[in-house]
Design a protein around this ligand. Structure first.
Ligand code: ZN
Length: 280
């Protein structure tokens, strides 16, 4: 009987223990998923934040590449068809007054790239050009290739001296330069082209030439034909003519201007904000 009681007690105790164990186990396993679910939004949120951070940091880390994109200078917006008449090597007592008159009559402005030494001689002509709305550019002091292109120092002196002369005459310091003979002379020697920028100048070549310094230069008709032939098909013309005492070019100018007008061109003058025209 004692034995039976002991066995029964043990069984009951075991059963109770078993039931208690199942309850505890079940409570534990039940609470686990609920705790996980409860935590999971926080952890998802945390992951979201960290993803946001990583996106943000990706954006930031890619930002420096923006500074690697070539900076495009903000050039002046130009008309659809534009011609810049540029007249070099003046002032000249014979042809400058004729140019001033022809431009005024046509209500057109031009850019005169002038030589410092000659501006010293004819300051009144320079003043008259400017008062007519024309623009002055720097074309060196001597126009002597062996001086202008001798060295960085020499180029610097030629430009600075001319700049000072222009400033003295008209109170302006142009920031445009035309290399005597064109920029191919500039790039022959290291550092010269860079020096132009260092001095704060923009240099301009041309894409249409009157070819009025050529040996076979002889007539107004030849100049007109040179300009027309080379300008055809170009929406942007930087035309080169010379103010050097020979009259054919200035005599050709009225007809040249009329041809550009008839072909829908607008007339512009150069400055440092106009997209440069370079041979290369
Ligand atoms: Zn020249």
């Amino acid at each position: 009987m004692k034995k039976l009681i002991a066995i029964t007690t043990l069984s009951v105790f075991s059963t109770v223990f078993l039931i208690f164990s199942i309850f505890v186990f079940s409570a534990t396993t039940n609470s686990s998923p609920s705790r996980f679910l409860k935590l999971s939004p926080i952890s998802v949120e945390a992951i979201s934040d960290s993803q946001d951070d990583s996106i943000t940091s990706e954006v930031y880390s890619s930002t420096p590449s923006i500074s690697e994109i070539p900076v495009t200078p903000s050039y002046t917006v130009e008309p659809d068809k534009v011609v810049y008449i540029t007249i070099d090597d003046g002032p000249n007592p014979i042809t400058s007054p004729l140019y001033i008159e022809a431009l005024k009559a046509a209500n057109v402005k031009a850019t005169f790239f002038m030589i410092g030494k000659q501006m010293n001689e004819y300051p009144d002509i320079v003043r008259e050009m400017v008062s007519g709305g024309n623009v002055i550019g720097n074309h060196s002091y001597s126009h002597n290739y062996s001086s202008v292109y001798r060295s960085v120092y020499s180029l610097d002196a030629e430009i600075t001296k001319t700049n000072d002369i222009i400033n003295e005459i008209v109170g302006k310091q142009p920031k445009i330069f035309r290399a005597p003979g064109g920029s191919l002379n500039l790039i022959k020697r290291d550092g010269l082209e860079e020096e132009i920028s260092k001095l704060g100048y923009v240099y301009f070549d041309w894409n249409v030439s009157a070819a009025d310094t050529d040996r076979n230069y002889n007539s107004k008709e030849k100049v007109i034909s040179n300009i027309k032939t080379q300008s055809k098909g170009r929406k942007r013309v930087v035309a080169l003519m010379h103010d050097n005492g020979r009259k054919a070019s200035v005599e050709a100018l009225p007809e040249i201007i009329q041809w550009f007008k008839d072909n829908g061109y607008e007339f512009g003058t150069l400055n440092e904000n106009i997209r440069p025209e370079h041979f290369r």
